[in-house]
Design a protein around this ligand. Structure first.
Ligand code: C5P
Length: 437
């Protein structure tokens, strides 16, 4: 499996780490703070009162040094030679020393080797000064963030005061100017914008606005061209449903808005998945029950050519939510049938918790309800074969906005959210029965 890497470079206090952490959370990937590696070395040297800052001394020291990172949720602890340096990393004396020793080739080599080794183990978003240009030149998506020196100084002043550090705007401004000078004028791997990086000036945007902008760019980069056979199957299915089931779709524009988003629909028939595939496009990914897929040879054969995210209710895969998030942010519509099984009567059954869990864990802000009308009559659960010439009508709602996500879950309790989502589908069903059945 190949892992992906997103890099953010830019000057100090341009918002890199705040945004990298937010995006890591939204995508369900790890955040890697390369500045913390330089800071760890600096903090270790300060704690040991080693004030020498020449290349020979640093080479000797780093030859036998080991750097380790331990994640506690999304928070990482940094250990150099077994010493936990995390409590000292945000100190300004440490930052200045980090910036001074970062100009030495031996230090950069040590840090870069560690960064590259860590990123082989998973998907990461990493921030620093030379990540897109030097450390990960083949990164999947590269950003370069900057902001005016005044707004960077204001942000840093606020950050330091929040941490209880006595400081002033003028002092912070001076420190930032000095660090900018050191970082962009050093001979080895200075701070530069990689030619293929997406440039964002964050001065007049809020963090949330920049975050959304970056997520849109990530999505655009990740949208994969589907393989030719999927495109072929998709257009065949479209014609098949038009000819044999007089397919009509209302609200197709709403589906286009959620390129890469979570979609849910009622489930009455084997036709539901191919029907949605023909509407949402060949990149569509379905969340499916491992148990159902394993026991049904027909479904197993059909789904061989299309990606599935498998759920095992008794033994949830550890990275289930991460995979869902990744697919969504890669630009794939991810479809879930929240009833968990085909309805025998054609009526909408009660929803299982899966849909709400994905929304809460992945902090999804928009979800698209789709009602598949008439499919039940075209191929009800008890029939072996479909009945041709029945009319199928699909209603695609406007995306539902989910608000109130915060650490540890959404504001709305899971049950209330589940009921809210079901109600929207029931409303669509009513609309279908009143107007189109
Ligand atoms: O980003 P942060 O302020 O934590 O970085 C501390 C110092 O480490 C920076 O001022 C910079 O000199 C150095 N650094 C670097 N290359 C990186 C990350 C940080 O030179 N990729």
């Amino acid at each position: 499996m190949t892992h992906f890497i997103i890099t953010i470079d830019g000057p100090s206090a341009s918002g890199k780490s705040t945004l990298a952490k937010k995006i890591a959370q939204r995508l369900g990937i790890n955040y890697l703070d390369s500045g913390a590696f330089y800071r760890s070395i600096a903090a270790f040297l300060i704690l040991n009162e080693d004030s020498a800052e020449d290349e020979g001394f640093l080479l000797g020291f780093l030859q036998n040094a080991t750097l380790k990172l331990e994640y506690e949720g999304s928070f990482a602890r940094y250990f150099l030679n077994g010493v936990d340096l995390s409590p000292y990393l945000r100190n300004e004396q440490v930052a200045m020393k980090a910036s001074r020793i970062a100009k030495f080739g031996v230090v950069r080599k040590f840090v870069n080797q560690n960064l590259q080794a860590i990123c082989k183990k998973g998907d990461f978003i990493a921030d620093g000064r030379d990540l897109g240009s030097k450390v990960f030149p083949k990164a999947d998506v590269k950003f370069f963030l900057t902001a005016s020196i005044e707004s960077r100084a204001k942000r840093r002043e606020l950050e330091q005061k929040t941490m209880g550090t006595e400081t002033s705007f003028e002092k912070v401004l001076e420190q930032l100017l000095q660090r900018d000078e050191q970082d962009s004028k050093r001979k080895i791997d200075p701070l530069v914008k990689p030619a293929d990086a997406i440039f964002i000036d964050t001065t007049s945007f809020t963090t949330d606005e920049v975050c959304e902008q970056m997520l849109v760019n990530i999505k655009k980069k990740f949208v994969v061209r589907p393989s030719w056979y999927r495109v072929l199957i998709g257009s065949f299915l479209k014609k098949f449903f038009k000819i044999f089931f007089r397919l009509q779709v209302f609200g197709e524009g709403n589906a286009e808005k959620v390129l890469g988003g979570l979609v849910y629909a009622n489930h009455t028939s084997y036709l539901d998945a191919p029907l949605l595939l023909s509407i949402l496009g060949p990149n569509t990914v379905f969340v499916a029950s491992k148990r159902v897929i394993e026991k049904n040879i027909f479904i197993r054969c059909v789904t061989r050519f299309f990606p599935l995210i498998l759920v095992d209710e008794k033994n949830m895969p550890r990275d289930f939510f991460r995979i869902c998030n990744k697919e969504i942010h890669k630009g794939s519509p991810v479809v879930i049938f929240p009833e968990g099984m085909r309805s025998i009567t054609g009526e909408i059954l009660s929803f299982k918790e899966g849909l709400a869990s994905i929304i809460i864990h992945c902090k999804i802000t928009e979800v698209l309800p789709i009602y598949l009308g008439g499919v039940y009559k075209a191929w009800p659960k008890e029939r072996l074969f479909p009945v041709l010439w029945k009319k199928i009508t699909v209603l695609i709602s406007k995306p539902l906005c989910i608000t109130g996500h915060k650490e540890g879950g959404a504001k709305e309790p899971r049950n209330a959210l589940t009921e809210h989502l079901k109600k929207r589908l029931v409303d669509l069903e009513k609309q279908y029965k009143d107007k189109y059945e």
